[in-house]
Design a protein around this ligand. Structure first.
Ligand code: SF4
Ligand code: SF4
Length: 501
């Protein structure tokens, strides 16, 4: 048998004076790291299996545990780094494609952190957001160029369907199957309470969640899992998923072992059969084909629902967006290369796609230049981490943002990046019933509600500081932004001046 050449990534440190051998860590760790040795009457651990999810650290009643990064000293250099060497060991042992979860962790520029927000001083004074009305509500969908009324003042312009949300924030697509039912239910309940939306992802809609339809975006992906008339009618909007930031250009695969019970029923595929989403939609090879699907979905839902087309941020995103805006879509969702995923090939996640900041700015600019910006709303996603990122995204041209990783973190995710293993100790990215029940959907809903409420308040405060009292007035207002440490080309694409100018 070939010898494994890789070592544990983390080390479990147990304070023997504090450990009472209560075995809680053994019960809490689905990765079977901890084990009670009956003979020696001590807890032992297999660090090799640890993913640093912190479940045992958080639940240990005497706080006897800590997890540290193992410090095996590889003879690395800046070309052959420790992780590059380890990945080769892994692949030479398994012969397989490396899989990862969550977003691209590599050291590419995070443009949000190189953009600064303006504040009013003296003239055009700030607005006191605690005392003055601040409008965070937005409407997503095609806007009419003219509004016509009859002699009695009655509106005669036919308005396109709009999504009304209380803040420019939407929970991004995460399918039932990639995350647990309880996580989905928490997202649905919080969306209802907040007056925003969540997104089914490509796994269909669990029948118990149909009641949250007004706050649901139902997705139609290349696998078409769970898609039928009632599903399309249940949602407030329909999203055609063409691409995803974490894995542009490839499809998805949920192994047959995870297609059980409710998941098989919701996806409408037999138990045990793998859910393969092909890389392309097999009926879309041009903008005209996309238009056909958009109008089929509009026809099926009596033109009452906005249609979103979601694409990954790739090199020629501005031209792609222009085509989508002309295809009849009401909203385009652009997902940057830091966007999360339940599972993606590591090489693709870490090397394919472009940052959302650059993609968003170039799309907004192109649509304005072509005079079609009003034809379509833009949702930007792919690692929106806080309310300041949202302000910057809106000022760069977004109508709203998608958040997913931040939402999961508020549910307890510790970013161990092991979702693809299906053993999430926090009950989020798992279908194992004993793990799923660790996440209480009411508690999760409260946390999501608090997070978005806090962000909403911060958004109001920052807008007030800028002397702006509505998201609409901030949208595409790049004068409110300045770059720091960016070169001429980056500033040109972002359409902003450098700090000090
Ligand atoms: S995988 Fe998580 S629960 Fe298990 S030992 Fe590591 S940190 Fe603790
Ligand atoms: S969802 Fe769970 S498995 Fe995935 S990164 Fe978060 S804690 Fe880890």
């Amino acid at each position: 048998m070939a010898m494994n050449l890789f070592y544990p990534e983390y080390e479990v440190i147990r304070n023997k004076d504090k450990c009472t051998n209560c075995k809680i860590c053994q019960n809490e760790c689905a990765n079977e790291v901890h084990n009670y040795n009956e003979k020696l009457r001590i807890m032992t651990d297999d660090s090799m299996k640890c993913v640093n999810c912190h479940r045992c650290v958080a639940t240990c009643p005497t706080k006897a545990l800590k997890i540290i990064k193992a410090d095996y000293t590889f003879k690395q250099n800046s070309n052959w780094t420790k992780s590059t060497i380890e990945e080769i060991y892994k692949q030479s042992s398994s012969g397989g494609v490396l899989l990862s979860s969550m977003g691209n962790p590599n050291d590419y520029p995070v443009y949000w952190d190189k953009i600064l927000i303006n504040a009013s001083q003296v003239t055009n004074p700030p607005i006191d957001s605690l005392r003055e009305p601040m409008e965070t509500k937005v409407f997503l969908g095609k806007k009419s160029n003219t509004i016509r009324r009859d002699a009695n003042g009655k509106l005669i312009t036919k308005l396109e369907p709009q999504l009304e949300i209380s803040a420019p924030i939407i929970f991004a697509a995460m399918s039932y199957g990639s995350i647990s039912y309880n996580a989905h239910e928490a997202l649905a309940k919080a969306s209802e309470q907040l007056g925003i939306l969540y997104n089914t992802g490509e796994g269909g809609l669990h029948n118990k969640l149909y009641k949250y339809g007004r706050n649901t975006i139902v997705q139609v992906a290349s696998g078409r899992f769970g898609v039928y008339k009632d599903y399309l009618e249940a949602g407030a909007a329909i999203e055609i998923k063409i691409g995803q930031g974490a894995k542009p250009g490839i499809g998805g695969h949920l192994p047959g072992s995870k297609i059980v019970g409710d998941i098989s029923e919701t996806r409408m595929i037999p138990e045990g059969s793998s859910a393969i989403s092909p890389a392309p939609h097999h009926d879309i090879y041009s903008i005209e084909d996309l238009r056909q699907l958009i109008y089929s979905l509009k026809e099926a839902t009596e033109y009452k629902k906005p249609i979103i087309v979601k694409v990954a941020a790739v090199h020629n995103i501005a031209a792609i967006a222009s085509g989508i805006a002309r295809s009849g879509a009401d909203i385009i969702a652009i997902d940057g290369f830091r966007g999360g995923t339940g599972a993606a090939p590591t090489r693709i996640r870490d090397n394919v796609g472009i940052p959302i900041e650059l993609a968003l700015a170039s799309v907004d600019q192109r649509l304005r230049e072509e005079g079609i910006r009003g034809n379509i709303s833009i949702i930007a996603g792919g690692s929106i981490r806080n309310s300041a990122d949202i302000i910057k995204a809106i000022a760069l041209g977004a109508d709203a943002v998608y958040i997913a990783t931040a939402a999961l973190i508020s549910l307890g995710c510790h970013l161990c990046r092991s979702c693809h293993m299906g053993k999430c100790n926090w009950g989020i990215a798992t279908q194992q019933p004993e793990l799923v029940k660790r996440l209480d959907s009411n508690d999760g809903c409260t946390k999501l509600y608090n997070l978005i409420t806090a962000w909403k308040n911060e958004i109001k405060e920052m807008m007030g500081g800028m002397g702006i009292n509505s998201i609409e007035a901030l949208k595409g207002n790049r004068l409110m932004l300045r770059g720091i440490g960016l070169n001429e080309k980056e500033l040109e694409i972002l359409g902003i001046k450098h700090a000090g100018e």
